[in-house]
Design a binder for this molecule. Structure first.
Ligand code: DGT
Ligand code: CA
Ligand code: CA
Ligand code: ZN
Length: 579
């Protein structure tokens, strides 16, 4: 069990006790406990496992015991029992935007609301609006949030499906009757969310492999099973389809099931134009005078047979990739190995779970040469944003740690994620920002401005020469909260004019700016920074999602500033200020 899991359990206990009307002292103890577990600077789960928590301030004996139980057994009896007193669906309510624990408690106690379906009914009937603290605006916002979730009900974010894909692929590849296994569909194309997962295997014993697939431990139920295909639900309700084909058919099936549909249609037309039909199994001559079909062993040979360069799966959206593949114009896409460092990361100074030193060591262990720290600024008080005094102290702390880490060729850049205020002014003065190595400017509140005003607000912020890069441009939270109204094309133009870098926020919840805009941004000369927005050492891993999105946006290592090594990247950070 990770510290994040343990903290979530403490938070949920606090909520459930609150719903039961337990005394507020007890509730607060769990809430504080959650914060301590999240922000402790050492390996708190290890300490818990070894019964070494006595020195941790703020954790009473009851919580220490519970943490020990979680660290050693991976479960908490007390929580399991408490949870059983409530319907499972209750937890859905905590994901609804605009519903804090107080409101959930009121809805539950006074209207018996214990699921999103109940909530929707209570909002639509007008009952919810009568509760104290629930204006018409609140109800309207809740209904909007429910509608948005319903639209995306059967989609999943990458952080949820990535581990499933790895586990299933590993199991398929280890099967003695499987010669190749691949994930296809939207996941292979690097889409930001997926509806279902599509797997493909090459085998001579399809029935044996299909049977092994439906027996995998993470399979929850079998939707359909035939001799060459099956569909199942796995953990979290994710649907997984499997197709079994022969080795000879494999490249054709791989291309077909990778899609997209639009890309498939386009390459099928191209095949037809030379007299071959194309399906998931083969090329077949359509005319007597059709050219001879060459042997095809892999996808590259399939594309070559159509006089195309190999098209990376991320580009297969029929947005110009076929034309580029015909004329040698495909980009050489960025790879994870190209990253030399990461900007925009948080520490315990604001809302992160790891200290400066822990973050720096984790980045160094990942093989990176530098780490940019960008904790929140003072207006983000809910995220414990730093004021001027704390920021200046953090800069000193970074400079001191740099002296030590310089020996290992590692450097920490002192930055800040500075709030863009409602009118487009910034949370820190130029004088303060001038002391930082770089600044990420982001919108964190007042999301509901009309498009023109929001666009003006962001453009005003990036006109400041100290703003090195623009954070999560649209503020979307995938499957949870839509983007605010903003004219992205106008912001890209302003970024080009001012020499401002645009972030590709790599968090699986954001992937913002969206991949669909990067080709335009690149054409205008705007540079990208792939930023994990890490709130823990584990959070640094989010760069894998950012790399997928960047590839999907046709970006190469030349387009992404954090591919530059130490010694070169500094100049890019300074460039805008020196213009
Ligand atoms: P999603 O919605 O996230 O699951 O997206 P995909 O692209 O994974 O869609 P899915 O799972 O329905 O199908 C996987 C691939 O199979 C799709 O990308 C292209 C191929 N495919 C499925 N149905 C058709 C079809 O009717 N025509 C063509 N040309 N290709 C298809
Ligand atoms: Ca799919
Ligand atoms: Ca599918
Ligand atoms: Zn942010």
């Amino acid at each position: 069990m990770t510290r994040e899991d343990a903290a979530t359990i403490f938070e949920r206990i606090a909520l459930l006790l609150e719903l039961k009307g337990e005394n507020s002292f007890k509730v607060r103890a769990y809430r504080t406990g959650a914060e301590i577990v999240e922000s402790h600077s050492g390996d708190i789960m290890k300490l818990a496992a070894e019964n070494q928590l006595a020195g941790v301030k703020g954790l009473g004996e009851a919580l220490r015991d519970k943490l020990h139980e979680m660290a050693t057994t991976g479960k908490l009896e007390f929580y399991e029992k408490l949870k059983a007193e409530f319907p499972d669906t209750l937890f859905e309510l905590f994901d609804v935007q605009g519903l804090g624990p107080k409101k959930v408690a009121a809805l539950h106690a006074e209207l018996g609301v214990s699921s999103i379906a109940d909530l929707k009914r209570a909002c639509e009937s007008g009952e919810a609006a009568k509760l104290s603290g629930f204006g018409g605006k609140t109800v309207e916002k809740i209904l909007e949030s429910i509608a948005f979730r319903e639209q995306h009900a059967s989609e999943f974010r990458l952080d949820l499906v990535q581990p499933l894909v790895l586990e299933i692929l590993e199991a398929l590849r280890q099967h003695p009757n499987v010669s190749h296994a691949e994930v296809c569909g939207s996941f292979r194309r690097g889409k930001e969310t997926v509806h279902d997962l599509d797997f493909l295997v090459a085998t001579r014993k399809p029935e044996v492999v299909i049977e092994a697939f439906v027996q995998l431990p993470l399979v929850v139920d079998v939707i359909a099973q035939g001799p060459t295909k099956a569909s199942v639900h796995v953990t979290h309700g994710v649907q997984c389809d499997l197709r079994a084909v022969s080795s000879k058919e494999f490249p054709f099936a791989l291309t077909y099931f990778t899609g997209s549909k639009e890309h498939n249609v386009a390459i099928r037309q191209r095949a037809l134009a030379r007299g071959w039909s194309l399906n998931e199994y083969a090329f077949t001559p359509e005319r007597e005078d059709a050219p001879v079909i060459p042997p095809i062993h892999d996808e590259a040979e399939l594309y070559r047979a159509l006089d195309l360069d190999f098209i990376d799966p991320e580009l297969r959206e029929n947005t110009g990739e076929i034309d580029a593949a015909e004329h040698g114009g495909l980009p050489r896409l960025i790879q994870l190995e190209n990253l030399r460092g990461v900007f925009h990361n948080h520490t315990t100074a604001s809302d992160g779970g790891a200290t400066l030193r822990e973050m720096a060591e984790a980045a160094h262990d990942l093989g990176l040469q530098y780490l940019g720290i960008a904790d929140h600024s003072k207006s983000s008080f809910q995220a414990n944003g730093l004021d001027e005094k704390r920021l200046l102290a953090q800069i000193q702390e970074i400079r001191a740690l740099n002296v030590e880490m310089a020996e290992e060729g590692f450097r920490i850049f002192a930055g800040s994620e500075v709030d863009i205020l409602k009118d487009g002014s910034l949370d820190f003065s130029d004088e303060i920002m001038g002391q930082l190595d770089y600044v990420v400017a982001s919108v964190h509140n007042v999301f509901n401005l009309p498009e023109a005003e929001m666009t003006k607000r962001i453009i005003r912020a990036i006109e400041n020469p100290h703003v090195t890069m623009l954070g999560h441009l649209t503020g979307r939270l995938l499957l949870q909260r839509p983007a605010y109204n903003v004219n992205v094309a106008a912001v890209i133009d302003a970024a080009a004019e001012t020499g401002t870098i645009i972030e590709l926020n790599a968090s699986a919840w954001r992937l913002d700016m969206d991949w669909r805009w990067w080709k335009l941004a690149k054409a205008k000369g705007v540079k990208c920074s792939i930023n994990p927005d890490a709130h823990s050492t584990h959070g640094l891993q989010a760069v894998i999602y950012g790399i997928k999105a960047a590839r999907k946006g046709w970006l190469t290592r030349q387009d992404v500033i954090n591919c530059l090594p130490l010694g070169e990247v500094e100049e890019v950070l300074r460039a805008k200020r020196e213009r």
